[in-house]
Design a protein around this ligand. Structure first.
Ligand code: FES
Ligand code: FES
Length: 166
C-alpha cells in the first residue's frame, strides 16, 4: 500500500510500487500534463515536485524526474504535478515569465521547465541559480535564451506567487 498526496488529492493505492511515478500519474491518475520524453532521467519532461515534511513541520520541495522514480518513493510525500501548480484564470510567476519571454514553442518541454522553476522558487534557502534548477530540462525548439531570461526573473523571489490547488 502506498499513501501520499498528489496535488490536492489523497492517494491510497495498491498499484505495484515499482511502477514509475510518471506512469502512475499519467496512466492511473490520467494527468497528462507531465510529459514522457526519454524515460531515462535525461530530458526533464517528466519533472514533478516532491514535498517532504521536515523536523520543523515545514514542507520542503525539490524537483525530480518521475520517469526514474518508483511509485513507492512517493509514500508519505506531497507530489505536485504541473496540474497542481495551475491557478484558475491566472498564471503563476514562472508561467507568466515563460509567456512574457516567448519561452515556449511546441510546448512539449514547457511543463517540465515550469515545474523546475517552481521548485526553485519554493526553495527557502536558495544557494543555486534558476539556470542550475533548469539544467536538467531539455528543449528542442527555443535555443534556451528565452527560457534563461524567464528563469532570471525567477530570482525576484518576492514577486513569486505559487499556489498549489486548494
Ligand atoms: S522522460 Fe526524460 S527525464 Fe523523464
Ligand atoms: S518548446 Fe518545443 S521542446 Fe521546448
Amino acid at each position: 500500500m502506498t499513501e501520499f498526496i498528489l496535488n490536492d488529492t489523497v492517494i491510497t493505492t495498491e498499484v505495484n510500487n515499482g511502477v514509475t511515478l510518471l506512469d502512475f500519474i499519467r496512466e492511473h491518475q490520467h494527468l497528462k500534463g507531465t510529459k514522457i520524453g526519454c524515460r531515462e532521467g535525461d530530458c526533464g519532461a517528466c519533472t514533478v515536485l516532491v514535498g517532504t515534511l521536515t523536523a520543523d513541520n515545514t514542507l520542503q520541495y525539490q524537483s525530480i524526474t518521475s520517469c526514474i522514480s518508483p511509485l513507492g518513493n512517493a509514500h508519505g510525500k506531497h507530489i505536485v504535478s504541473i496540474e497542481g501548480i495551475n491557478i484558475p484564470k491566472s498564471l503563476t510567476f514562472p508561467q507568466q515569465a515563460m509567456a512574457d519571454n516567448f519561452a515556449t514553442q511546441c510546448g512539449f518541454c514547457t511543463p517540465g521547465f515550469v515545474v523546475s522553476m517552481t521548485g526553485f522558487a519554493l526553495q527557502q534557502n536558495n544557494s543555486t541559480t534558476c539556470n542550475d534548477a533548469i539544467s536538467g530540462n531539455i528543449c528542442r525548439c527555443t535555443g534556451y535564451k528565452s527560457i534563461e531570461k524567464a528563469g532570471l526573473r525567477s530570482k525576484k523571489s518576492s514577486l513569486i506567487k505559487i499556489k498549489m490547488i486548494k
